[in-house]
Design a protein around this ligand. Structure first.
Ligand code: Y12
Ligand code: CO
Length: 176
């Protein structure tokens, strides 16, 4: 399956993703294809909508203390729901759909989620640290929300200006 990352300001990122009801080969093929894209682009999290599949599925692989992302650490999270959230933390986030931009974003420090695995089994996960932040970032994608939506008005304006310039430069580079 050939997948490409959808980049801001593509409107497809603003869709609300649909609940996964079929835990079949199509879902498995999509999840299997998402993993190499995430790893090869130095990502730690990727929602299906970022590869143009608006379903409530996301993958995460938080680097270990050596910066490695072994396949056994891969988390596949389907139809997640946050059932508990506490605390506050700020972390500099980035997103594969908003290349070359990083910004401090406030999130809950800890979350507990219920979700399903690729076979539809119900699971529960308590997360803190970077995992909790990444879960919240990826779950926002399922609602069509991007981390840049959380910036102040002034910061967002600055971002739009900088991002347009970057996009122009990237386009010029590609066509040269
Ligand atoms: C903290 C940090 C990130 C998240 C959400 C998941 N975000 C990512 O995985 C972002 C990855 C990313 C990777 C990049 O590197 C390449 O594309 C090669 C990158 O660099 C550029 O765009 C040039 C930007 C972002 C949650 C919490
Ligand atoms: Co993202």
């Amino acid at each position: 399956m050939q997948l490409q990352i959808v980049e801001y300001p593509d409107k497809r990122l603003r869709q609300k993703s649909k609940e996964v009801k079929e835990f079949d080969e199509n879902l498995h093929k999509l999840l299997d294809a998402m993993n190499p894209i995430m790893i090869n682009t130095n990502g730690i999290g990727l929602a299906a909508i970022q590869v143009a599949h608006p379903i409530r599925a996301l993958i995460l692989n938080i680097p270990d203390e050596d910066g490695e992302q072994p396949p056994e650490n891969l988390l596949e999270i389907i139809n997640p729901v946050i059932i508990e959230a506490e605390g506050e933390t700020v972390y500099q986030e980035g997103c594969l759909s908003v290349p070359q931009f990083y910004e401090d974003i406030k999130r809950h420090e800890k979350v507990k989620i219920n979700y399903q695995d690729r076979d539809g089994n119900t699971k529960s996960l308590e997360a803190d640290g970077l995992l909790a932040i990444a879960i919240q970032h990826e779950m926002d994608h399922l609602e069509g929300i991007l981390f840049i939506d959380k910036l102040s008005y002034a910061r967002r304006k600055k971002f739009e200006k900088e991002y347009k310039k970057l996009q122009k430069e990237r386009k010029a580079k590609k066509s040269s």
